[in-house]
Structure formats: C-alpha cells, structure tokens
Design a protein around this ligand. Structure first.
Ligand code: FES
Length: 491
C-alpha cells in the first residue's frame, strides 16, 4: 500500500531541508505526485536511514538552532490526552489495515475453493502460481518499514499543521501553542496580545482538532463557534494532522504600526566599536514585524539625562525569536551627533548611561527590506559593516522557512576585524550544506561579486552605511542584475 508523505513531513523525517528535497524532484532524481513523495521511493533514495539514526532530524535542527544562538528548547511531550488521541487514531489505522488484510485473506480462501471446481491440471497449475506468488510476497520484506515506523512515531510526538490558503506547513512540538510554533517556523500570522484577549490570532479549523492549553478571555460569536474558530495563542494541535485557515502577513503594509515598551535585558560588547542590544517585549505585547525591517527605539522616563534619546535601527533578530529583539549599535562618529538623535542614543549606550533594566520604547516596524515571498531564486546577501544586522534577521528567517536552495553571505568590512560575529556565520556554513560565507575587505567586494557568476540569477539583498552602497549596487546592475532582484537597505 503506497504511503504518501508531504515534502515537509519527508524533510522532517530525513533531517534535510524542504528545498533540498524540492531540488531532487526538480532534477528528476526523486519522483513526486501532486507535491507528495512515496515513502517507499524515499527509503530507496535514502537507504542509510534506520531507526537508530532516527534522531537525525533532531540533530540538524539542534545545529540550526545553535547557529541562531537560541536557547535549545527542552523537548516536551504533548499532553496525555493528545498522546491518547493520536495513538487511538493510529490504532484505528492499524485496525483498518487488519480488516483489509482479513478481506484479502478471505478472497484467497475463496479462490482456493473455486479452484477445486476446475479441471485438476488447470487447478494444480493455478494453485501453484498462487502459492508461489504468495510465498514471494511474504518473503520480501517491505522496503519502507523504517521510514513508516519513524513517521508513525513522529505523528504521535509532533503534530503537522497545514495553513490555508498559503499551503505553508509547520510542526507543533509538545503542547506549545499554534502561534508559537507558527512563528518559530517563520510564518507571519495575524496576532496581537499573545494572551487570549484581542482575538486577532483567530484561525478556523478546517480539519483535525485543536484544543486550548492556555486561558483566554476572548468571546467568539455564535457564528465563529459554528465555524470552528480557535485562538492560535491559546490552542495547540490535538490531532496529529491539523488544517487551519489563517490570515498571514506577506507584505510590510499588512503589519500595523505598534508602540511597545520593552525591557533592556543586556548590552554586549562585540568589539570596541559595536554593541549588541537585547530587548525583551512583555509576554502580553509582542512586536509584529517582518525579517529585515527597522524600528524606532526611544528611552522612556527613568534614565538620567536621556529622556529624549531615540534611534532608528534595523532589528537584527528574526520574528521567530519569540519576545527577543536584538540590535547592533555602532559607536557614533562625532558627525553623527544630533539633538537626541541616533548618534546621541548610541553615545549614551557606549558611555554606559543606558543600562540593563531600562525601559525602551519600540515604535514601528518600518521599511520594505524583506524577503521576496514568491521568489525561488538563490539568495545572495551582501552586508557592509553593521549592514549585517538586517541581513542577520533575513538569513535567520530564510533558514527557518527554507526559503532557498542556496544562500551566500558576503560580509565586507571597512576595517580589519569588522566582521563582528564571525563564529555565527561559520556555524551557519557548518550546519547547512548550501550556505556559503565569504568574509572580505570592503575594497575587495566589487571584484568578488564580479567573479561570482551566479549573482545575476539570484535575489540580492544589500545593506550597509548609505555612502558605501551606491558603487556596489551600480556594479551589480551594470553586470546584468535586474533591478527587481536587487534590494537595498541604506542605514
Ligand atoms: S493574539 Fe490576542 S487573542 Fe491571540
């Protein structure tokens, strides 16, 4: 019996990216039907898969999450009720399989009886053929056993969610909420408070079952109840497969302007001239933004001599990084100083006047430096100095959503050692086969891009100080990169 798997589930099982599977299908190395692959064919293509190695996908994910510098989440089990329901569903599948086998068995017995009414020579020949066929079918072990067993286990441990109308998919681990799992997977669902009050994260359950795991005060209308609406921020997947209809943001204009008061958790010194700011939003008020966007930071009351300081900065973290917002701040040159502006904000940080614990208001998001949603081209990121901040956000998001077959990062520095997070970039390159990291001096950037024959076919994202980008962008355009494939963020 053919067992069809979605690409996401197959990739999840094998511990490889979905785009890597898609590439094998496009290269005609792996047959597919209607976006699905046959488990048996998959097993033949990856014969090394066995149950002892069933943690391979976990290992890959752990490496990826390490590369993001995220805390590794403790693997938690789904609730007892969810486990029971999923096991019951598998029991039902097994029972149906047994009923089918019983029907086949009766059919064989019936055939044998009918053979007795035939002439003896013919009955003997047909009986022999039947026996040989059955013996052969039973003696050959089913080739996809390991994969089926692994898939059955995964269906119990983590639920698979398909989102309509986009067709995006994600997995829910343990009893985490649908919202948390969707954000972790790089989706941009509509949401607001994050704690069951505003109703903005409503989703309609099309198939499967979702159940509440957190309290909510939001009251659904009778019509919404009848249509199976649930809150993504307070429900988890109960069945092992769930289909939901969700409003997703695809463009910057889909995201409303927000103003949130956050807490400054840490200020890390990355180099003499670069600080990393770690802000945390309240549990009940997270910032919605798309990877690559900017926000305005402002100091609220309570920090001496800093009441009017503000700065517009790109968010360096990914929207999938829960309540954490990361920023890279460059030491200001004297020309950057302005009354209360970004130069003063940065100077306040470098002088130590802005300390962990301070309240920082975040206003935004702004800008259109976001991934082209529909593009399947390879991704080339070009960061100049602290242009790495929005590029970092885009790369984390691209990896989370499996956005491209290959990612190349050029990080050009205007001074020696200007690549202030080299280990993180090397970790990406080590964890992902198709990630290429090219650190270089700014003076060598144009020649390196000119020597890269693949750039003109790629989606290119270029970010850095305004004065440094024009020549790079011009060179790319002159070498044939279409304007629609070039995305520039001048800081
Ligand atoms: S985000 Fe407000 S109720 Fe879910």
């Amino acid at each position: 019996m053919t067992q069809w798997l979605t690409l996401s589930r197959a990739a999840h099982l094998l511990g490889i990216s979905r785009v890597a599977l898609q590439k094998r299908i496009r290269d005609e190395e792996l047959p597919s039907f209607d976006g699905m692959v046959d488990a048996e064919v998959l097993q033949r293509a990856w014969p090394q898969l066995d149950l002892d190695d069933s943690g391979s996908f976990e290992k890959t994910r752990a490496i990826r999450e390490d590369a993001f510098a995220k805390r590794l989440r403790e693997r938690v089990l789904p609730s007892q009720e969810a486990l029971a329901q999923r096991l019951f569903a598998q029991g039902q599948e097994l029972a149906e399989l047994q009923r089918t086998l019983t029907r086949y068995h009766r059919l064989i017995e019936d055939l044998r009886l009918r053979l007795e009414s035939l002439p003896p020579a013919l009955a003997g020949e047909l009986g022999r053929l039947l026996d040989e066929g059955l013996a052969e079918a039973i003696s050959v072990p089913p080739p996809a056993d390991d994969l089926r067993a692994l898939d059955a286990m995964l269906r119990v441990m983590s639920a698979h969610v398909t989102v309509k109308p986009s067709g995006r998919e994600f997995f829910v681990e343990g009893s985490e909420t649908l919202l948390k799992a969707a954000l972790r997977a790089g989706l941009a669902p509509n949401y607001g408070c994050g704690n069951g009050n505003c109703g903005l994260c409503k989703a309609r359950v099309v198939a499967g079952e979702a159940r509440a795991v957190a309290p909510s005060d939001y009251r659904f209308s009778e019509a919404e109840k009848a249509q199976n609406h649930v809150l993504m921020c307070s429900c988890t997947a109960h069945s092992s497969d769930l289909v939901i209809e969700v409003l997703e943001a695809g463009l910057p204009e889909d995201i409303p302007e927000q103003r949130i008061v956050t807490k400054l958790r840490a200020v890390d010194v990355l180099t003499e001239d670069i600080l990393r700011l770690h802000l945390q939003t309240p549990r009940s008020n997270r910032l919605r933004f798309l990877a690559g966007q900017r926000v305005t930071l402002g100091l609220t009351a309570g920090v001496a001599n800093t009441s009017d300081l503000h700065a517009e900065l790109p968010v360096a973290s990914c929207p999938c990084d829960d309540r954490n917002l990361i920023f890279h701040v460059r030491r200001p040159a004297s020309a950057d100083f302005q009354d209360g502006g970004s130069g003063d904000f940065a100077a306040g940080l470098f002088a130590g006047r802005i300390q962990p614990g301070a309240e920082v208001s975040v206003w935004g998001p702004w800008g259109r430096f976001v991934l082209e949603r529909e593009s399947t081209r390879p991704l080339v990121f070009v960061a100049v100095d602290t242009g790495f901040a929005p590029i970092n956000s885009l790369i984390e998001h691209a990896i989370a959503v499996d956005a491209a077959e290959s990612i190349t990062l050029y990080w050009a520095a205007s001074r020696l050692g200007g690549q202030y997070l080299p280990n993180q970039c090397r970790a990406w390159a080590a964890a992902l086969d198709e990630f290429h990291y090219r650190p270089l001096d700014l003076a060598a950037l144009d020649a390196a891009l000119a020597a890269d024959a693949g750039v003109t076919d790629a989606e290119v994202y270029l970010a850095g100080p305004a004065g440094e980008l024009d020549a790079v962008a011009l060179g790319l355009r002159q070498r044939g990169l279409p304007a629609a494939q070039l995305h520039v963020e001048a800081l």
